[in-house]
Design a protein around this ligand. Structure first.
Ligand code: E4P
Length: 253
């Protein structure tokens, strides 16, 4: 499952890109409003650093969505045009998909809606798991059912698990077979965390430093400096005005 970031905040995207773990970004009108920048300017800026950037139309009529969708797609080759799962949105999506524009059908909440998205040739369908959970339905069950129906029907539209609210959603989306999971920056950061990783890394470094210190003390009576102590060591040597200790390799020559 590819990991996407669900945000329009440039700094968050830049940070996640630097970690090398994300393959795309999803935005929606709410996220664009939160980021507080001009829509076009912000989407173009995001497209400079990452591919697969969903940008959503805000028109209500199919004809207007088509015009708007063409404009969004022209902003950058990385743009995927997002249309809502309404009659107007799907009609517009069908025309845009026919022109070779990648379409993400958003606001999907059922298998039947996902079949409609596939019927218009959508590149992506976005079932909103968290919002289903919010109304006491099993959002990840719907994601899993869409994946199963698409496999059964040999449908190529990618399933993007959206409205992810926590790390468990990410695991569940992957196990359900979703092609993509999009998540807020806070959830992405949580994926890295495990107490055993933190404790294990701390112990590895402690053990390594202790072993180095012990081998150093055998070789030169404890006066040899370790890499992270060299600054202090040099200062001490200069103060004493004695020549620096030769390296182990040089000593053997
Ligand atoms: C992404 O494409 C969706 O717009 C987003 O995941 C919705 O998330 P929310 O339900 O937390 O607003």
């Amino acid at each position: 499952m590819k990991l996407f970031l669900d945000t329009a905040i440039y700094e968050e995207i830049q940070q996640a890109v630097s970690w090398g773990v994300i393959d795309g970004v999803t935005t929606n009108p709410t996220l664009i409003a939160k980021a507080g920048h001009d829509h076009e300017e912000q989407v173009k800026r995001i497209c400079q650093i990452i591919g697969n950037v969903s940008a959503e139309v805000v028109s209500e009529k199919a004809d207007d969505m088509i015009v708007e969708g063409r404009r969004l797609a022209a902003w950058h080759k990385n743009v995927i045009v997002k249309v809502p799962l309404t009659t107007e949105g799907l009609a517009a999506g069908k025309v845009l998909a026919g022109e070779g524009i990648r379409i993400n059908v958003t606001l999907c909440f059922s298998v039947n809606q996902a079949l409609l998205a596939a019927a218009i040739g959508a590149y992506i369908v976005s079932p909103f798991a968290g919002r289903l959970d919010d109304i006491n339905e099993d959002g990840m069950r719907v994601v899993a059912d869409i994946v199963a129906a698409y496999r059964q029907q040999e449908i190529k539209t990618k399933v993007l698990a959206a409205s992810i609210r926590n790390p468990m959603h990410v695991t569940q989306a992957a196990l359900a077979g979703a092609d993509i999971g999009t998540m807020p920056f806070g959830v992405l950061k949580m994926l890295f965390l495990h107490p055993l990783t933190e404790a294990g890394q701390k112990k590895f470094l402690e053990d390594y430093r202790q072993a180095r210190a012990a081998s150093g003390s055998k070789a030169d009576g404890g006066t040899r400096a370790q890499p992270d102590e060299r600054g202090e060591y040099r200062k001490t040597q200069e103060a004493k005005s004695v020549p620096p200790v030769r390296s182990e390799a040089a000593a053997k020559r």
